[in-house]
Structures are given as structure tokens and as C-alpha cells.
Design a protein around this ligand. Structure first.
Ligand code: FAD
Length: 381
């Protein structure tokens, strides 16, 4: 087993790191404070190629592997998890159903727009269906050579800034997973509207809204795969994307860790830097351990994807562990900062708030444990 990154992986990682250091991290606290979507920075990210990292080379993208995509994700998240969510929802999560199930023509249609700078979003969650993804109520009916969509999607990352959506809908809720299909929807289609922006705890630079579909008529051509394949496409998308969320969580943890180490070396109490006290050292050592384990887990899941090996359980292990790690490390980073960590003067308070979402979206920590336990029971009994 070779733990070194390939030249291309290292090049992508460095590019993302440099961009995050110069264009993201210095402004992240301001965006957070103002609850501001950083439109100019997103434009720059597109110009340097960081918003199209998920596009295969045959469709005009860089065609980098899943490991490189995850490394880019960690580095951007180290700069600001909200900006990282904008990137990940647009070039990885939103288009993954296209990547998995679209025809060549459909891929061209979708990726050509993304190559022009159009953002995308993944529309699964609804007010009444979160963890229970098969319980969605958004309906579709066939009408001649069109499908008509009706329903509301909740908590959609990039909901208000995307031009393209992948949307999951059911022909009949009673059919459960078998009734679900997935459609590509252009934001400008009549009947599509956007709800108000969510006022969130963390990742405040990202845009999260509901997306409403009222008699939205899409050409039958926009169906991905066959009718009834939507739930499978959705589960496969989340498998891919969970390694990405694990990388994102690792980035938040890494940022909180670096801030804690620096502060511990500078802050003097009892005549000594607090980094010399063993209990503070133990917190820093635990942070280092958990972060490295998170990184290895997401790299393992991403490598399995690149090698064509099964990766569902590996992705859940990575997502669950890294999400919990982000929360633990950010909590301890606040502890290292003492009372100052509890104020908005230092960034650890923001990392603490940003970390929480890593245990919630794309399958909560509880849902990941259900998947992991299911895999354990299947493989060991
Ligand atoms: C900022 C943000 C961005 C998001 N981005 C997107 C996006 O781009 N696209 C999208 O489609 N969705 C998105 N989501 C939605 C997100 O994926 C869901 O919020 C998440 O899956 C949980 O669903 P829920 O909020 O309905 O919680 P619920 O499913 O109602 O869960 C509530 C609690 O019950 C627990 N629970 C539920 N079922 C079980 C069970 N069987 N066993 C044990 N515990 C259980 C959960 O773990 C959780 O603790 C986003 C959410 C947020 C907050």
C-alpha cells in the first residue's frame, strides 16, 4: 500500500490550499458574521477550476479521481466550510446523479452549463422526509412527452444560487423506493421558485433554501435512467458524497486544531505557555490522532471508489467518524482557548458551529451507524 499522493492529487491539493489561504480564510469570519454568500470568491473559484473538479475530462472537466476531489474538499473546508459546501453541492453532490445515470447527450447538456459557470444543487430532502428518503412526497406524472413535478424540497444547499437541479420525485408514495425517479431541472423552468434563505447555526456563507415545484413541466428527456431507478441513483450518490463530507469535516477539524496549537503556544498562564501543561497537551494529541484517522478513513473510501471496489460501508465509516471528530476537535479547540474561545473574536467559535452540520447532512450520525451496523451484521454473521 502506497500512502503517497500522485502528482496530480498533490497538485490539486496544493492549488486548493493556496486558494483557501489567500482567497477564503482571511474573509471567512466576515462572511459568517454578515451571513453573506461570497459571490465574488465563487466567481474566482470557477475561474481557477475549483468549481468543476467533478467533471470528467471527456466533458471538458479536469477528470481528476475521487481522492483528488476529496483532498480539494478538505483544503477548501479548512478555509471555510460554507464555501466548501457551495463547491461540493455544485460540482459533486448535485451532478452525481448525472455522472451515475445520464446518457452521453444528457451529460453534455448538463456539464456544458457547469463549464460555463452554472451552479447546481441536489434536491432530495423535504419537510416531511429527511432521514427517511424513500418517504418523499414530491409527485411526478407523465403527460405526453413531458413530466409534471409538484412538491417542496427543504434545506437545499445552493438552492437559491443554482441554475440546475437534480430532483427526486415519486410516481406514487405507496410504491416506496420503487416509485422514485430522478430528473434534471433547469431553474428557469416555469413553476420553479425559491423559498427564503435559512438563518443557520454554521456554514453561513453557503446558501440554503427550500425549492418549490408547482406544475413544473420538464421534457421526458430530462429523466435520468429509467422510471423507478431514482432511489438507487440517490443511494449511490450519497455513497460517493459521504466520503466528500468526511473530507469536509476533516478540514474543519484541521482548521480548529491549527488555531488551538497556535494559541496554546502563545497563551501564558502560571508563567508558562499553556501548551506546556499536560492536560492541554493531551487535548492537542487527541486532536492530532482523530484528525489523522478521519483523513485515512476518507482516503480509504475515496481510493475504493477509484479502484472500483465496494465502498458503501467505507464511506459511512468515514462520514460518521470524521463528523464526530470535527465536533470533538472544535469543542476541545474552544476549551483550549478558554473564555476567549467562547467569543466571536477568535475563529474557533465559528469552527464549533460549522462542525455540527457534519453530523447531520447527507445522512445523520445515527443513520451512518445504522448502515455500518447493517454491514457488520451482513459480513460477520
Ligand atoms: C445546512 C443544510 C444543508 C443541507 N443540504 C441539503 C441538500 O443540498 N440537499 C438535500 O436533499 N438535503 C440537504 N439537507 C438535508 C439533510 O440531509 C437532512 O437535514 C438530514 O438528512 C436529516 O433529515 P431531517 O433534518 O429531516 O432530520 P430527521 O430525519 O427528522 O431526523 C431527526 C433526528 O432523528 C434521528 N433519526 C431519524 N431516523 C432515525 C432512525 N431510523 N434511527 C435512529 N435515529 C433516527 C436523526 O438521526 C436525527 O437525530 C441539508 C440540511 C442542512 C441543515
Amino acid at each position: 500500500m502506497d500512502f503517497r499522493y500522485s502528482e496530480e492529487q498533490e497538485m490539486m491539493r496544493r492549488m486548493a490550499r493556496d486558494f483557501a489561504d489567500k482567497e477564503i480564510a482571511p474573509f471567512a469570519m466576515e462572511w459568517d458574521k454578515k451571513d453573506e454568500y461570497p459571490a465574488e470568491t465563487i466567481k474566482k473559484m470557477f475561474e481557477v477550476g475549483l468549481l468543476t473538479v467533478g467533471i470528467p475530462s471527456e466533458y471538458g472537466g479536469p477528470g481528476v479521481d475521487h481522492v483528488a476531489q476529496a483532498l480539494v474538499t478538505e483544503e477548501l473546508s479548512r478555509g471555510d466550510a460554507g464555501v466548501c459546501v457551495i463547491m461540493a453541492a455544485s460540482t459533486l453532490l448535485g451532478p452525481d446523479p448525472v455522472y451515475l445515470a445520464a446518457t452521453d447527450e444528457q451529460k453534455k447538456w448538463w456539464y456544458d452549463q457547469q463549464n460555463e459557470g452554472v451552479l447546481s444543487a441536489f434536491c432530495l430532502t423535504e419537510p416531511g422526509a429527511g432521514s427517511d428518503a424513500a418517504g418523499i412526497s414530491t409527485r411526478y406524472v407523465k403527460d405526453g412527452d413531458c413530466y409534471i413535478l409538484n412538491g417542496t424540497k427543504q434545506f437545499i444547499s445552493n438552492g437559491g444560487v443554482a441554475g440546475l437541479y437534480t430532483v427526486f420525485a415519486t410516481a406514487d408514495k405507496k410504491l416506496g423506493p420503487k416509485g422514485i425517479s430522478c430528473f434534471m431541472v433547469d431553474r428557469n423552468t416555469p413553476g420553479v421558485s425559491i423559498g427564503p434563505k435559512e438563518d443557520k447555526l454554521g456554514i453561513r456563507s453557503s446558501n440554503t433554501t427550500s425549492v418549490i415545484f408547482e406544475d413544473v413541466r420538464v421534457p421526458a428527456w430530462n429523466l435520468l435512467g429509467q422510471e423507478g431507478q431514482g432511489f438507487k441513483i440517490c443511494m449511490q450518490t450519497l455513497d460517493i458524497s459521504r466520503a466528500i463530507v468526511a473530507a469536509m469535516a476533516t478540514g474543519v477539524a484541521q482548521a480548529a486544531f491549527e488555531a488551538a496549537v497556535k494559541y496554546a503556544a502563545e497563551r501564558v498562564q502560571f508563567g508558562k505557555p499553556i501548551a506546556t501543561f499536560q492536560m492541554v497537551q493531551a487535548m492537542l494529541a487527541d486532536m492530532a490522532m482523530y484528525i489523522e484517522a478521519s483523513r485515512l478513513l476518507y482516503l480509504s473510501a475515496s481510493s475504493k471508489q477509484d479502484m472500483g471496489l465496494p465502498y458503501t460501508a467505507a464511506a459511512s465509516l468515514a462520514k460518521c467518524f470524521a463528523g464526530d471528530t470535527a465536533m470533538k476537535v472544535a469543542t476541545d479547540a474552544v476549551q483550549v482557548f478558554g473564555g476567549y474561545g467562547y467569543t466571536k473574536e477568535y475563529p474557533v467559535e465559528k469552527y464549533f458551529r460549522d462542525a455540527k452540520i457534519m453530523q447531520i447532512f447527507e445522512g445523520t450520525a445515527q443513520v451512518q451507524r445504522i448502515i455500518i451496523a447493517g454491514d457488520v451484521m451482513r459480513s460477520m454473521t
